[in-house]
Design a protein around this ligand. Structure first.
Ligand code: FE2
Length: 430
């Protein structure tokens, strides 16, 4: 007897009218027209059943702190870092935990069930680290929270920075982070990349560094990151986050750099909502876009994912844990408007980040965890267009969250009565 049987689902790869069978928290079969006894049966009505959204890059220790102690006036990365520095002395573990748990509630409602969050290790008190480790434990039944030891103020620039970061790993933080472009010199930045990659290699950890989050075309720490990845045999275990300087780099140099990145199998985390607002602030007109070269990196065969990065904090005043909003911004800024490119944008918030986080059992296939989201959309492109409502969110085959379908009832003179008009065709719900 199955625990759950879903009928008439559309899958992100385009298969339609699929049945998905669930037993003991795992998907046991995905096929058309399956008939089997099940404790619960759900008719998906032709709507999209997707694996859960995954956020490759977030800062859960800062989330929901917008306006504390004041708002970022210049809108720049550097004022954001300064503001976070002003806030840090008044942070308490309880407040960080409360805000993070609230964010996680929102994330579940949005079908976001795996998050890689950076946690600031610059504070020797380890306040944020201990708070997010506690959050990781509490949300484990419903969110895979992977933590990155992130030296916000620079691992070499901060006194005792390397010791604090190492202590965070000792306490249970999963991934080694870094911020080479914020070290005092280019040389220090390169040294930080070398030391942090060596630390990760020694401890068998993944690496995810904030790297070249700048409009300076000469910020080339990604080159060092790709080099150290190869030197230490960390292929496929290292992510470069942001990489916005690549937007402004000389094209000839980029052709060489991309070759190095491909050899090292470095992954890329791009954060469209945040970087389109933070970058280009020193430009007049034309203003540069704040994104790395997403379609070109994908075409080169690299795994590229989109992250939320920030939500209602010193760096970004908006957001609502909606990875479709993030992907939609990436789609627009990177001009990824072909059907194939739009589908890649959907993958950049689902399968691509799942690969980067090395999530086990992710996907809609026999043997995978029964984690999925039923969206009020009929395919990934429609999901992006509508920022589709997450009708049902499942984890290990159990319903975690339900949202009523979005409908509008129109009564217009001379027009037939309509509902769900945003879907273009007659709705298949209800
Ligand atoms: Fe970040």
């Amino acid at each position: 007897m199955l625990d759950l049987l879903i009928h008439h689902a559309t899958l992100p790869d385009g298969r339609t009218d699929m049945s998905v069978a669930v037993h003991n928290g795992r998907i046991t079969e995905v096929t058309q027209g399956l008939q089997a006894p099940a404790a619960e049966v759900l008719d998906a009505g032709g709507l999209l059943l997707s694996p859960p959204f995954v956020d490759v890059h977030f800062h859960m220790d800062a989330t929901l702190s917008y306006g504390m102690p004041r708002v970022n006036q210049s809108g720049t990365l550097l004022e954001g870092i300064a503001l976070w520095g002003e806030l840090k002395p008044s942070l308490t573990a309880d407040a960080i935990i409360d805000r993070a748990l609230t964010y996680c509630d929102w994330a579940v409602a949005q079908g976001l069930l795996a998050i890689r969050s950076h946690v600031d290790t610059s504070d020797p008190r380890m306040l944020a680290v201990e708070a997010l480790l506690e959050v990781k434990k509490r949300v484990a039944p419903y969110i895979d929270l992977q933590l990155v030891a992130f030296p916000q103020d620079g691992v070499l620039r901060t006194k005792g920075g390397m010791d604090s970061l190492t202590r965070a790993l000792d306490l249970g933080v999963d991934v080694v982070g870094g911020i080479p472009h914020f070290e005092r010199t280019m040389a220090d930045g390169a040294t930080s990349v070398k030391l942090l990659c060596e630390l990760a290699a020694e401890r068998g950890k993944l690496v995810d560094m904030h790297c070249d989050e700048s409009d300076d075309p000469h910020s080339r720490h990604i080159e060092s990151l790709a080099f150290e990845t190869q030197r230490l045999g960390l292929h496929g275990r290292v992510t470069g986050s942001h990489l916005t300087s690549m937007h402004s780099m000389d094209n000839y140099y980029v052709t060489k750099l991309m070759g190095l990145m491909v050899e090292a199998q470095v992954h890329v985390a791009s954060n469209p909502c945040v970087n389109i607002t933070l970058q280009g602030r020193h430009d007049t007109y034309p203003k540069r876009r704040g994104l790395t070269r997403v379609p070109e990196l994908m075409a080169a065969g690299l795994t590229v994912a989109f992250g939320q990065d920030d939500m209602m904090d010193p760096w970004y005043s908006l957001g609502c844990a909606d990875m479709l909003d993030v992907a939609s911004m990436g789609l627009h800024v990177a001009q990824m408007t072909s059907q194939a490119a739009m589908r890649q944008c959907f993958e950049a918030v689902t399968t691509h980040p799942a690969r980067i986080l090395q999530l086990e059992g992710y996907g809609i296939a026999a043997g995978c965890h029964a984690d999925f989201v039923l969206l009020q959309a009929r395919d990934p492109v429609e999901a992006l267009r509508l920022k589709a409502t997450r009708l049902k969110v499942f984890k290990r085959g159990k319903l975690l969250s339900e949202t009523a379908p979005r409908t509008a009832s129109l009564a217009l003179p001379g027009r037939p009565a309509q509902t769900s008009f945003m879907h273009g065709k007659a709705p298949r719900l209800g």
